[in-house]
Ligand binder design. Structure first.
Ligand code: GAP
Length: 458
């Protein structure tokens, strides 16, 4: 819940000192190359909703897979879950979302725009961008609390008894399944439950492309620990999560850990830190790591009547576990990887745009090119393309000069280019081009798959 009422500006909002050019160029690239499209574009678009295109869907999927690999597969102490988006309405009463998942809202009577009352100092007036809202002569209404949860009705009857909420976070599904996981998986503390999935928040001021939207995907993990051990695990998870972004290629100087001030903390939290990224619009939250105490399990025990305590075989004590929660956003992480990898340079006197994505994250892993459209090159290249395809996304391209074909792949971050030339026909070797070094070396086609898999794993 740390995003609601966070003390930092809603990044959507136009801030002073941002770098709109870079952001604009990235948004344009996303559209031009099929990474991200405006939702319902042919109808004029739906504000702050985005569709991932054929290239973008691979990138986001790779981000989520990398998260799952780090948080679940490669550890012995975390299991996964996939909960429904709709839950019993009492879940959201117990969690505090019905009463407290609100942002303070003001309207400008002149331009009819809405603003976060707690962000006015960082916002620009839409009509007079040099001024803050309310300083432009427009009168602001009194601030009022606005609940961010989307409501809908379950079943055919639209009355209060049928109201359900679209989940505003994935976390609660893990708390309400704590006992199911404990019992069926025979877990001992400390252990975690991880989940990725859609969440919905009726944000007052969404924006900045994928950064703040009303429908987004989260990657959250609830790590249950013995009370008293939460301090150690809090420190551990802050470092783990910071390192995850660095290992996947984000420059460490563009990341920082920011500990929340006491007055920023949610009432249940003993501590919270954000991993922040230096976006073109300023330092903003990528992920929050919260020390949530035993608040959630105790609340659900109280509201549901189900005992959610844990019996510790070693100490022969019964207690309610404490929780450390690293909560990330898949879309926000995807945006950070895009922004950080975006580069413009020159190769052999020609300007190029390149996404220097980690090979694990790259949407397309390799592209296969016949040097010429004759001499058996296309047939050989097709054969190699067909053989690589079951293993990872590959593209085949024979249109235009080889330089232009490389440029097209650089723009979507394809790390490896495989070219079939006259020597391939003679000795079975192809050239393997590295996107970042732009160097080429010859590899025998029988070693190609193993070599690519080795390089993709990084
Ligand atoms: N369970 C805790 C929780 O939900 P949060 O800080 O509100 O914490 C976690 O959300 C992460 O989800 C954020 O760090 C961000 O990456 C992502 N997120 C939250 N609101 C978002 C929005 N409106 N659009 C895109 N991503 C969002």
């Amino acid at each position: 819940m740390s995003e609601s009422g966070d003390a930092k500006p809603a990044a959507s909002e136009k801030k002073r000192g941002e770098q709109p050019d870079r952001m604009e160029r990235i948004v344009n690239l996303c559209k031009r190359r099929g990474l991200v499209f405006q939702s319902s574009e042919i109808y004029g678009g739906l504000a702050s909703c985005w569709d991932y295109g054929p290239i973008g869907v691979e990138l986001k999927r790779n981000v989520k897979d990398a998260w799952w690999r780090a948080m679940v597969w490669s550890r012995g102490d975390v299991v996964g879950l996939d909960c429904s988006i709709l839950a019993h309405p009492r879940v959201w009463e117990a969690s505090g979302h019905v009463a407290g998942f609100t942002d303070p809202l003001v309207d400008c009577k002149k331009c009819k725009q809405r603003f976060r009352a707690d962000h006015l100092g960082q916002l620009a007036c839409p009509e007079k961008p040099g001024k803050h809202p309310g300083e432009c002569g427009g009168e602001l209404t009194e601030s009022r609390q606005f609940n961010l949860m989307f409501k809908t009705f379950m079943g055919p009857v639209e009355d209060d008894a049928a109201v359900v909420f679209m989940r505003p976070e994935t976390a609660q599904g893990m708390f309400v399944n704590f006992d199911n996981v404990l019992e069926t998986q025979r877990r001992k503390l400390p252990f975690g439950i991880a989940q990725t999935g859609k969440s919905f928040r009726n944000e007052i001021t969404p924006g900045n492309f994928l950064f703040r939207t009303r429908e987004f995907e989260q990657m959250e993990m609830e790590y249950f620990v013995k009370p008293g051990e939460e301090g150690r695990w809090y420190e551990y998870w802050k470092q783990e999560r910071f390192d995850w972004y660095v290992k996947l290629g984000i420059k460490a100087e563009n990341l920082r850990l920011r500990e929340h001030e006491k007055d920023e903390l949610a009432h249940y939290a003993a501590g919270c830190a954000d991993v922040e990224y230096k976006f073109p619009f300023g330092w903003s939250e990528l992920e929050g790591i919260a020390s949530r105490t035993d608040f959630d399990l105790k609340q659900h025990a109280k509201w549901s009547g189900k005992d959610l305590s844990y019996f510790d075989e070693e100490s022969r004590e019964r207690y309610v576990p404490y929780v450390i929660e690293p909560a990330a956003g898949a879309d926000r992480a995807t945006l950070a990887f895009l922004v950080d990898s975006y580069d413009e340079d020159e190769v052999e006197g020609e300007a190029r745009v390149v996404l220097r994505l980690h090979p694990r994250l790259a949407p397309v892993k390799a592209a296969v090119f016949p040097l010429l459209r004759k001499g058996g090159h296309p047939e050989k290249a097709q054969e190699i393309y067909t053989n690589l395809r079951p293993h990872f996304p590959v593209q085949y391209d024979q249109a235009g000069s080889i330089g232009r074909r490389y440029r097209r792949q650089d723009e979507i971050g394809t790390p490896f280019g495989v070219t079939v030339d006259h020597q391939t026909i003679e000795d079975g070797t192809v050239t393997l081009r590295d996107r970042d070094k732009t160097s080429q070396e010859r590899v025998h086609e029988s070693d190609l798959l193993a070599e690519l898999l080795r390089r993709i794993a990084g």
